[in-house]
Each structure stands twice: as structure tokens, then as C-alpha cells.
Design a binder for this molecule. Sequence first.
Ligand SMILES: C[S@@+](CC[C@H](N)C(=O)[O-])C[C@H]1O[C@@H](n2cnc3c(N)ncnc32)[C@H](O)[C@@H]1O
Length: 215
Amino acid sequence: MRLRRKPEAKKILSEHPLVVKVPEEYRGKWKSLFGRPCPLYVELGTGKGQFLAKASEIYPDINWIGVERIEEPLLQAVRKGEATENTNLRYIWMDVEKLAEVFAEEEVDRFYLHFSDPWPKKRHAKRRLTHRRFLEVYKKLLAPDGDLILKTDSTILFDFSLEEFAEAGWQIIEQSRDLHQSPYAETNITTEYEEKFASRGMPIYYVRVKPEKPS
Ligand SMILES: C[S@@+](CC[C@H](N)C(=O)[O-])C[C@H]1O[C@@H](n2cnc3c(N)ncnc32)[C@H](O)[C@@H]1O
């Protein structure tokens, strides 16, 4: 994602009320931040934030968090969130690598991975957000009935992810290689990247999975 550097972005984000300053302090206590015991849904790699702004409007009974590591897209996301005036929405300026420092075991009800960087070179596979090392972390942090949704335009990332899910014992609940022509399209909330790829006629790959958890 190429965005012009905005020198003021860092300052605005570090002072913005929708950006959680020290997210580690809320580990195990996110419900207290929102002041209500609603399910917690976390989007990893939020980008410019269209999904979260729309989703928090459509589903007010969910607590929504966006994680993004680059300040320019995050600032755009925060501006969109601000415009909604929704109280069920926060942002964390952080790398997904630090996820387990910020969320406790079984604290998250759903993770979203929307158009994550595909890292097409094989030698970079470990950086893909569905690499088994990330799946281990997501599995720990997901509540017993929690799930993960992946959408991508990348055949490489999608096929790789399906292999990683299978290898790690995750169960496929829903799947489509053309989301917008599938029954799941009805409830789908689009992201910026999704609209860009769909407008070029590209199919959107979609999967919802659950980790195998001891019952
Ligand atoms: C291709 S963009 C997609 C943005 C948005 N989800 C969408 O669908 O429009 C991927 C985003 O994920 C962010 N990202 C990639 N790896 C990340 C990581 N390890 N931690 C946090 N954010 C990450 C990037 O900075 C970028 O904003």
C-alpha cells in the first residue's frame, strides 16, 4: 500500500482517543475498555479502515478492533471510524507479531484477515499472516467457539492458507473461490482492496475456519 508519508500522522495517532495507547494494559480486559460484555472481533491489517467503519455500524453489539502497523493507512482508518461516532470501535497501532502481548488466551471471538500481503516469494512464506506460526497464536487467543475469516485476491496466499489450516487441524466452515457470486455475498462487507480487485473482474477468495480446540 503506497501512501504519501504524512509527518503529522504519528502525532495525531498517538493522541487520538480511538487509538489505544498502551494496548498491553488491556490484555484480558478488553471488555472493560468497551464497558460491555460483547463479543470481540479483531481485523488484522486494517489498512484504510472501510470494513471496520461499516461493520461497527451494521453490528453495534460487537466490540471491534483494527490492528495496523503503518501510520498513514491507520490514520485514514481512524478518520473513518471517527466519522461513524460509534463507541464500539478502537484501533491498535501495532505489528501482528505482537498480538499475544495484547490479547489473552480465549479473549477474541473472531479474527479477520482481509487482503493480507501475499508475500508471493517462497522464501518469504513465514511472513504470511496465515503461516502456521501465526495460526498457533490465533488458536490460543480465540474463544472456544471462535473463528477466523480470510478474504484475498491472491491464489498463492489462498492455496497456501488452506494447506496451513489443514496442517494445523483447522476446520473449514465456509469456503468460496468467487465470494461475490456465492451465497455469502449477501452478508459480505467489502474492504477497499476488495472493491479495487472486484472492479477489475477478479474473483475474491473467501474462507471461514475454526481451530481444533480441546473440548
Ligand atoms: C493489502 S493491505 C489490505 C488493507 C485492508 N484490509 C483492505 O482489505 O483494504 C494490507 C494491510 O495490512 C497491513 N499489514 C501487513 N502486515 C501487517 C502486520 N504484520 N501487522 C500489522 N499490519 C500489517 C499493511 O500495512 C496494510 O495496510
